[in-house]
Write a protein that binds this ligand. Structure first.
Ligand SMILES: CC(C)(COP(=O)(O)OP(=O)(O)OC[C@H]1O[C@@H](n2cnc3c(N)ncnc32)[C@H](O)[C@@H]1OP(=O)(O)O)[C@@H](O)C(=O)NCCC(=O)NCCS
Length: 182
């Protein structure tokens, strides 16, 4: 199946609504991209930093264009329909033949340690494997980012010690194979 993100594939889990991010989410996006706790282990090059509300609006437009071009997809994580988002989760960095993609996520610290990302990641791994037929999903995370590593290991991602993240040497690379695709 070719990857096609239109119509936007909203997802519902037991407690969450994963939806398209829109212009009204710009304050939360700015918060998630600037809060010291959320960004503690995330290094972004200068040109990818979101410094003010105008940058956040531009970023949302760029995320939209990526979805329209079937290039990458980012979901806003909300507790229910019509409520503000509390985090984001994305599939990006698709390989040339769409066999692998990378997952990324962040969550407002107020909502951490409640199992919400656990729920969101399950839904997005399921989307990647069942809807996109990915053969594997990767995640690059800072070697000291314990909550993220714990989350990935809970979902049976394996640390591939032979790989490095060329963009950030402090990161380690995790992989999850789609066993059903063999
Ligand atoms: C990485 C991140 C998303 C993890 O968030 P999190 O809330 O810890 O993750 P989970 O949703 O898996 O929650 C797990 C915790 O909730 C607890 N929990 C509470 N209720 C739960 C429930 N109903 N179901 C599952 N877990 C529950 C678990 O016991 C676990 O706690 P523990 O870590 O002390 O064992 C978060 O730390 C974050 O946003 N960090 C900043 C951004 C970032 O670094 N992103 C990664 C970039 S690669």
């Amino acid at each position: 199946m070719t990857k096609n993100f239109t119509p936007f594939p909203e997802r519902r889990t037991q407690r969450l609504f994963l939806r398209k991010i829109n212009a009204s989410d710009c304050e939360v996006i700015l918060f998630l991209r600037t809060d010291a706790k959320v960004t503690e282990f995330i290094e972004r090059p200068e040109h990818r930093k979101t410094k003010n509300i105008s940058d956040a609006r531009i970023l949302i437009t760029e995320l939209d264009s990526c979805i329209e071009a079937n290039h990458s997809i980012t979901w806003g994580i909300a507790l229910k329909q019509e409520t503000p988002i509390i985090g984001t989760i994305c599939l990006w960095n698709f390989s040339h033949h769409n066999k692998t993609a990378e997952v990324g996520y962040d969550l407002d610290p107020q909502f951490q340690h409640k199992g919400f990302m656990n729920e969101a990641l399950k839904a997005i791994v399921d989307f990647g494997f069942h809807d996109l037929h990915l053969e594997s999903i990767e995640a690059c995370t800072h070697a000291l980012n314990e909550p993220s590593i714990k989350l990935l290991m809970k979902h049976r991602f394996r640390h591939n010690e032979d790989r490095i993240d060329s963009e950030n040497p402090s990161n380690i690379v995790f992989e999850l194979e789609n066993i059903g695709s063999n």
